[in-house]
Design a protein around this ligand. Structure first.
Ligand code: NAG
Ligand code: NAG
Ligand code: NAG
Ligand code: NAG
Ligand code: NAG
Ligand code: NAG
Ligand code: NAG
Length: 441
């Protein structure tokens, strides 16, 4: 099962405060002077791709937290995506060979080529006119094993061309053994999450100050013994002990990923609770009020586990719906505004096998405006649902407390939720107990 992280930051921003007078496609940032471009297919959208936000985590920087870039005045040709961070491309895993939306490899969600350790970059898409606008920061999913920003479905140019009212930033971060090594002797283990944090700091410094954060779904292991990293080192000729991490810094990343492919018994490398970056008991922290008290949208899809093969909705409900319900309850207990939804969209171009319906992440192509680009055109109704999602997310970004209420989305505190993308009505207000009833203990 692949769990997608879904974090969005919303902020008031002005990208062009420091645009040079020469052209709106030249923007001065801490990373250097970005030279962006406009694609004829989205003529009102500026694109700045492959912008570094930290030093490359290579050589002696491998397995260390992201290091700040020295402020630079160099020119950066921000016209193409950087490589994605090292990973086992989903296409070479057995998982991809079963029925899926593409009848095989899910290339629309996951990058399948161009990987490198020099990958800590972000991409910025903004309207050509400069004004104060909300910013969405997108962290791709992939269960902390795979993923990258160079993904067909995560390109927001169509969305921004349509609204002309927001900015999107997407971020590369390290995953698997490179992002979550859990190696003896390192002072930080959750490097991939520290990458995400460093990117948010870049956005704050160069675009704006953040105001809202969605909660993320995090899978955790509790391998306090750090045995997995040590065993991988042993299998690559680096003996367990004080010099093991340094020894492994000299092994090519390709050889490390190749070992993970060849030996299926090696457990996944995942975030590790350290009670600083990743916590042991999120429920307790919520109860104590130790969380970001800002409005959030919390939702799930009708058939989360159907992406690759028919899954069990009972298990999908327990895994996704009921954790969403619990999160909303814990937030509501502190009076923090929460908006619940279930997405039910079932469109042939996104779910070609039919059975998959509203599988995990299937709402994203409608939100990003990429539905209809890869498996035949979208239907008229599908476009209506996509535009609705885009407008609702923007309503929330503009006014996290009141925007969705004005749009007719009943709030959690009022005992309401919404069904999005049902067969006939794009947005239906429903009773919370109808949505979350199966979760009542
Ligand atoms: C920027 O990169 C593009 C290709 O990505 C290339 O066509 C162009 O010549 C480059 N510009 C400069 C100034 O290097
Ligand atoms: C998935 O991609 C791999 C590598 O490109 C290819 O060998 C395999 O046949 C593909 N699987 C399907 C079901 O398309
Ligand atoms: C991978 O990199 C090559 C060479 O730079 C480029 O031609 C190709 O388009 C890239 N692939 C993707 C999916 O970006
Ligand atoms: C595969 O990895 C496991 C776990 O690290 C290890 O116990 C086993 O010896 C490895 N297999 C081979 C053939 O190296
Ligand atoms: C992780 O393991 C340690 C040691 O066995 C234990 O004390 C701790 O409670 C565990 N944490 C979780 C979240 O299971
Ligand atoms: C999953 O939850 C929904 C409510 O949101 C419910 O309608 C459905 O019957 C549940 N499915 C199963 C198999 O429990
Ligand atoms: C999705 O719609 C197709 C018809 O287009 C139907 O065959 C399939 O059963 C539907 N899937 C779900 C999960 O409702």
């Amino acid at each position: 099962m692949t769990i997608l992280t879904y974090i969005v930051m919303v902020a008031e921003a002005i990208l062009c405060a420091r645009a040079t007078s020469a052209s709106p496609l030249q923007v001065v940032t801490d990373s250097g002077v970005l030279y962006g471009f406009v694609d004829p297919s989205a003529p009102a959208v500026r694109q700045f791709l492959g912008v570094p936000f930290a030093l490359p985590p290579t050589g002696t920087h491998r397995w260390l937290p992201p290091a700040a870039l020295t402020t630079s005045t160099f020119s950066i040709n921000a016209t193409s995506f950087s490589p994605s961070c090292p990973q086992i491309p989903l296409s070479v895993q057995a998982l991809a060979d079963v029925s899926s939306p593409k009848g095989g490899n899910q290339t629309e969600f996951f990058p399948i080529e161009n990987f490198s350790e020099d990958c800590l970059t972000l991409n910025v898409w903004a309207p050509t006119h400069a004004e104060k606008l909300p910013v969405f920061v997108w962290f791709f999913g992939g269960g902390f094993q795979q993923g990258g920003t160079n993904s067909l479905y995560y390109n927001p140019t169509t969305w921004i061309q349509r609204t002309q009212a927001h900015i999107v930033v997407s971020v590369n971060f390290r995953s698997n053994i490179f992002g979550f090594p859990n190696a003896a002797g390192l002072s930080e283990q959750n490097l991939g999450l520290l990458d995400q944090r460093a990117s948010l700091e870049w956005v704050r410094a160069n675009i704006a100050a953040g105001t809202a954060l969605f909660p993320s779904q995090i899978t955790m292991t509790n391998d306090t013994a750090q045995a997995n990293f040590a065993a991988v080192g042993g299998q690559l000729g680096c003996a367990v002990g004080a010099g093991q991490v340094d020894c492994l810094r000299d092994v090519a990343w390709q050889d490390i990923e190749a070992l993970l492919v060849s030996n299926a018994s090696i457990p996944k490398f995942l975030p590790i609770p350290d009670d600083r970056v990743v916590f042991t008991d999120y429920g307790a922290r919520y109860t104590a009020g130790a969380f970001a008290r800002i409005p959030a949208i919390v939702g799930t899809n009708e058939h989360e586990l159907n992406a690759l093969e028919p899954g069990e909705d009972a298990l999908g409900n327990q895994t996704f719906l009921c954790t969403a319900a619990k999160t909303a309850q814990l937030r509501d207990a502190h009076g923090v505004a929460t908006f619940r939804y279930r997405y039910d969209g079932n469109f042939t171009d996104i779910s070609p096998p039919g059975f998959s319906g509203a599988y995990h992440a299937s709402e994203l192509p409608l939100l990003f405006g990429t539905a209809g680009k890869f498996h035949g055109p979208s239907t008229r109704y599908e476009n209506v649902v996509g535009a609705l999602l885009q407008d609702l997310w923007l309503d929330f970004a503009r006014d996290p407390q009141g925007g969705l209420k004005r749009a007719g989305w009943g709030s959690f505190e009022a005992g309401k939720a919404v069904l999005l993308g049902d067969v006939d009505v794009p947005m239906k207000v429903m009773e919370l107990k109808e949505l979350d009833g199966v979760c009542a203990s």
